[in-house]
Design a protein around this ligand. Structure first.
Ligand SMILES: Cc1ncc(COP(=O)(O)O)c(C=O)c1O
Length: 417
């Protein structure tokens, strides 16, 4: 970003344009990364994947009955291919990976984790590293547990590892959040160096955990996805096999909120999870697991299916990028990401303007994710980051919404400098 922005329009022009948007009484929503109807329709066959007398898993398990805590074998195998691990390192969860993450941290808090000296809830203080801009719901879980959230800047290829390594030496720091591929919201993927360093670094806490949320593992916009090294293998090779727990779901593959989720981890972490899970439930929804395993079959099936998602998402991402370029490209007022996948584009306004821009856009009928939401405690220290979620609105709506947002960035600057 240049220090002397180059605005072609006057404040008066911009104010007039803003008022013309207001007069349109728009009702556009770009707040959350929800799949649109056309994306959900791609999985239409999912509900017919089980016929009335065909409900048995490969091993003969009647999926309609109780049991099978860790999930049916074919669903574990499906996610093992997504994670790049063995099927017995996978547990299939319910409809939301967030629930698996929440439950994992609650178990650590109440009972402690393998390799730990005591439950985290009995520590005098627990701190948690939060690469930011990041996912508000991650931060909310660790805030809810009373942990002190520490911002770690993102670099464009994952969290700033110099900072992570230094902060992880504090024994009160018990772990960190990572979205390895197409980070929400910056769209970046972690480098091979980042994976190696996370796996190998010294930590002050013997029971340090990486919450590796691979929510966008297969969500590429083009033919080739960003490569990300296998962190489970890296942790194993570095002598820290229990350091990482990986999470994913089909929320943005099949049905959001009605798919299946999974975690993957070392055998000790899997045994620990099962021990506590067995007190929580008699077993998961295996019918939905069977539907997904039959419908997708294997990673190749998922990858083919995701091409349908990409065909819908790519033009929407392109529309955002094109309008941002047209409106803001030569102004030097803002920067934004060009992700190869995922659900978001991250826009940085000049410092001190994001809240104002989000408010102005809202006044013109365009709802955006709350400014600050991408940082711990909902506070962006520079008040500059805005998350744009293009999946749900139509392409025409997106173009209009982004014109409004860009006009707000320029008007905010023209008025307040
Ligand atoms: C990084 C990330 N993790 C998890 C989720 C939610 O996943 P699930 O529906 O499996 O709980 C989202 C949804 O936006 C997300 O962006």
């Amino acid at each position: 970003m240049t220090t002397t922005p180059n605005l072609r329009e006057t404040e008066h022009d911009l104010a007039e344009r803003f008022e013309s948007f207001q007069a349109m009484a728009l009702k556009l929503d770009m707040t959350r990364g929800k799949p649109c109807k056309e994306q959900l329709d791609l999985s239409r066959g999912l509900l017919e994947a089980i016929t009335s007398d065909d409900y048995k898993a490969l091993d003969g398990t009647d999926t309609r009955n109780y049991g099978g805590l860790e999930g049916i074998q074919e669903a574990r195998q499906l996610f093992a291919e997504v994670f790049g691990c063995k099927a017995d390192e996978v547990i299939i969860g319910g409809n939301a990976s967030l629930q698996l993450m929440f439950d994992t941290l609650i178990r650590a808090h109440v009972f402690g984790v393998p390799g730990g000296e005591r439950p985290w809830g009995q520590e005098s203080k627990v701190k948690w590293l939060c690469p930011a801009p990041g996912y508000d719901r991650h931060f909310a879980i660790t805030e809810h547990l009373g942990y002190e959230l520490i911002i770690v800047p993102m670099t464009g290829s994952g969290p700033d590892m110099d900072k992570v390594e230094a902060l992880a030496m504090d024994p009160a720091v018990k772990g960190l959040w990572v979205i390895p591929k197409y980070n929400n919201p910056t769209g970046e993927s972690v480098s091979a160096e980042c994976v190696t360093r996370l796996a190998a670094m010294k930590t002050g806490a013997p029971d340090f955990r990486i919450m590796w949320d691979d929510a966008y593992a297969v969500h590429h916009l083009g033919d080739v996805g960003d490569p990300v090294d296998n962190i489970l293998d890296a942790c194993q090779s570095a002598g820290h096999p229990n350091r990482v727990i990986m999470f994913a779901s089909t929320s943005k593959i099949s049905h959001a909120g009605a798919g299946i989720s999974a975690l993957a981890a070392s055998s000790a972490n899997i045994a620990w999870t099962k021990k506590h899970l067995s007190k929580q439930t008699i077993g998961p929804d295996k019918v939905n697991q069977l539907r997904h395993a039959r419908y997708f079959k294997n990673l190749n099936g998922i990858e083919n299916h995701m091409k349908g998602h990409a065909a819908i998402m790519k033009p929407k991402f392109d529309a955002v990028l094109q309008v941002l370029e047209e409106e803001l490209g030569e102004t030097g007022l803002a920067t934004w990401t060009h992700p190869n996948g995922g659900y978001f584009i991250s826009l940085d306004t000049p410092p001190g303007h994001a809240k104002n821009v989000v408010k102005m856009a809202n006044d013109a009928g365009v709802k955006l994710t709350e400014a600050g939401a991408t940082f711990p405690y909902g506070k962006d220290p520079d008040d500059r980051n805005i998350r744009l979620a293009p999946s749900f609105p139509s392409q025409l709506e997106i173009e209009l919404a982004i014109r409004v947002v860009a006009t707000c960035v320029k008007l905010s600057w023209a008025r307040r400098g």
